[in-house]
Design a protein around this ligand. Structure first.
Ligand SMILES: N[C@@H](CCC(=O)N[C@@H](CS)C(=O)NCC(=O)O)C(=O)O
Length: 209
């Protein structure tokens, strides 16, 4: 089994943190998206979508999408449960993880992919001949700001994103907020519940993965 990874990108980081929480080691191969290694014929032969993370199983099956890769490892290594234990928890974890992908990670990606010269003509992950649309950076910034407020509201009521237990929703949210920071949209200091949760997340050993 091989995990195609890039230490400088937010989505593969989600999988690395998930694996660290599970205590599972997987062979990784670095694919530098800044250097366009994901667009090479060699990587295209691995995954024609040309995105990372991509997990290749021993029988050659390729699984992409961070959440799907995490779900594979959840089924293979059930403890600790990171997709929720009860039906209610599982529904909430899935709901939050999807919301955070759309309302957080995607918004931060709009910012960087439409303004950074590295992504010229590569405004959508894995695509070429895909021009940047500068107006989308502003929309991404607005989306991120609204996302932070909603996350803060939730964390004012709940110890972890999806309830009383740490889950893949926290992993997704931590990577989303750190990515937001990285693209220059910082969490406003008055969002105290969010700041407190970030400190707790950063204190976990897995956050360094
Ligand atoms: N929805 C996918 C998104 C994957 C994605 O966007 N990966 C980025 C790195 S964070 C990528 O592969 N970029 C390739 C590129 O820039 O061409 C997931 O959750 O894994």
């Amino acid at each position: 089994m091989k995990l195609y990874d890039f230490s400088g990108a937010p989505n593969p980081r989600r999988v690395r943190i998930f694996l660290a929480e599970k205590g599972v080691d997987v062979e990784t191969v670095q694919v530098n998206i800044f250097e366009k290694e994901n667009l090479s014929p060699e990587f295209e032969a691995v995954n024609p979508r040309r995105i990372i993370p991509s997990l290749v199983l021993d029988d050659g099956t390729v699984i992409d999408e961070s959440l799907a890769i995490c779900r594979y490892f959840e089924a293979a290594f059930p403890e600790p449960a990171l997709f929720g234990a009860t039906a209610k928890e599982q529904g909430l974890v899935e709901s939050w993880a999807r919301r955070i992908e759309q309302d957080g990670i995607t918004q931060a990606a709009y910012v960087i992919r439409n303004e950074n010269p590295r992504f010229e003509d590569r405004a959508v992950a894995g695509l070429t001949d895909c021009p940047q649309i500068p107006e989308l950076t502003e929309r991404g910034r607005k989306g991120l700001s609204a996302f932070y407020v909603r996350l803060n509201d939730q964390l004012a009521k709940s110890q972890y994103i999806a309830g009383d237990n740490y889950s893949v929703a926290d992993i997704t949210a931590m990577c989303a907020v750190d990515f937001g920071d990285f693209v220059g949209v910082e969490v406003p200091s008055h969002l105290a519940a969010l700041a407190n949760w970030r400190e707790r997340m950063a204190a976990r050993e897995s956050s360094k993965a």
